[in-house]
Design a protein around this ligand. Structure first.
Ligand code: EPU
Length: 301
């Protein structure tokens, strides 16, 4: 979608950098996604005005974090993409609380706090994406989830049209799901983390890195796990048992390393990936009577 020049000018006055005709395939870990205008929100204090302007002009929009857990449609997209640029380092430690900007890199945050002798997040090392995306999805791995460590989230709330601070009792963190509204924009988080010597945190980080390297296709384009694990089960194990590793539609393929990772081996399109997801879901439904739910977020027209 191309926004009108008049609107682009007003956005620039609000500190927004407007990038024309951006290929989103270049901003997602799957290497899939069509073309649209991208708005870089360089000033947090004007976010409410930017959102009001987009609403008044009836410009549909989506908010892109690290681009590591989305499957975006091909071709010309009917919405613009909003993005918070990273400001280094965008994190710090003040007394007993650790804070990070939503645009910061999740893994970078884990190691930054480790250097301040704060642990608890070791399992999240290697989960790709931004802090904001991790909050929205309640990212987790190896028994760690970000949710239980959250004390406060500063966010733009679509419901009130204002920047607000939510405290942890007012946020629900479930398995890869939270109570944030789709239009809420994560801005900053405060975390409470257990004190732990750097060397100990580092040892935990190494263990997780090794497990991940041994079981996941880290050097291929993917969005991590495609399906959520069903209660008490493992999507990866079921797909593997059906002999579907290596199964492909075009250049979209079930990883031969971890069956719940679907990889883009070259020029996979969104429709290839959607067909592959549909075929695998159907095979699992027929064989196991389990309806797998997507873990990856679909951005379709
Ligand atoms: N397994 C197979 N074949 C496979 C893959 C897995 O038999 O191809 C078996 C494993 O041997 C193991 C079981 O399935 O016994 C579970 O596998 P694994 O430990 O790799 O974990 P997972 O359940 O597949 C979950 C998360 C991952 C996270 C890992 C590590 C989901 C859907 N998956 O995977 O998260 O990295 O645990 O904690 O929650 C993600 O969210 O994108 C993601 C990758």
């Amino acid at each position: 979608m191309r926004i009108k020049d008049t609107v682009a000018t007003r956005l620039k006055e609000l500190g927004v950098e407007v990038r024309r005709d951006v290929l989103l395939a270049e901003q997602t870990s799957l290497g899939i996604g069509g073309i649209t205008d991208e708005l870089l929100l360089r000033r947090y204090d004007s976010i409410a005005e930017v959102m009001h302007l987009l609403a008044n002009e009836r410009i549909p929009h989506r908010f892109l974090g690290g681009g590591t857990n989305v499957l975006i449609a091909d071709g010309d997209l009917p919405w613009v993409v909003l993005h918070l640029p990273t400001s280094a380092p965008g994190m710090g430690v003040e007394g007993a609380t650790a804070w990070a900007d939503a645009a910061a890199d999740l893994g970078g945050m884990v190691t930054f706090f480790a250097k301040h002798d704060l642990g608890g997040l070791e399992g999240l090392i290697g989960v790709p994406g931004s802090v904001g995306g991790a909050l929205r999805m309640n990212a987790g791995a190896y028994g760690t989830q970000i949710g239980p460590h959250v004390r406060e989230v500063e966010l733009y709330r679509a419901e009130t049209g204002k920047i607000e601070t939510l405290r942890s009792p007012d946020i629900r963190f479930d398995y890869r799901h939270t109570s944030f509204a789709p239009d809420d924009v994560m801005l900053r988080v405060r975390l409470e983390l257990p004190a732990k010597p750097y060397r100990e945190v580092l040892a935990g980080i190494r263990v997780c890195n090794e497990k991940r390297r041994a079981s996941q296709p880290l050097n291929q384009k993917s969005a991590g796990c495609i399906f959520k694990n069903p209660p008490g089960g493992s999507a990866g194990r079921m797909i593997d048992e059906l002999g579907l590793k290596g199964h492909r539609v075009g250049d979209a393929m079930v990883s031969d390393r971890h069956a719940n990772f679907f990889v883009n081996t070259g020029r996979a399109t969104c429709s290839d990936m959607l067909r592959l997801i549909g075929e695998v879901r159907e095979r699992v439904r027929v064989a196991f009577g389990v309806e797998l739910e997507n873990e990856v977020i679909l951005w379709q027209n």
